[in-house]
Design a protein around this ligand. Structure first.
Ligand SMILES: [Zn+2]
Length: 58
């Protein structure tokens, strides 16, 4: 499954979530820090496979 990138505006922290394409379309994940969904935005995904590599390729 792909890994998607999200960003929490509240915590100002990016995080990743593994979910199916369908799930990604249908729901927004919770921020792992504040458990908030409203402040979470989807990042224009650099979809990558699961690795331990840091997501930062900006
Ligand atoms: Zn948060």
């Amino acid at each position: 499954m792909p890994v998607y990138e999200f960003y929490c505006r509240k915590c100002k922290e990016p995080f990743t979530e593994i979910m199916s394409v369908k799930e990604h379309d249908e729901r927004t994940p919770k921020c792992p820090r504040c458990q908030e969904t409203k402040e979470v935005e989807k990042r224009i995904s650099t979809v990558h496979t699961v690795t331990t590599k840091k997501w930062l390729t900006l």
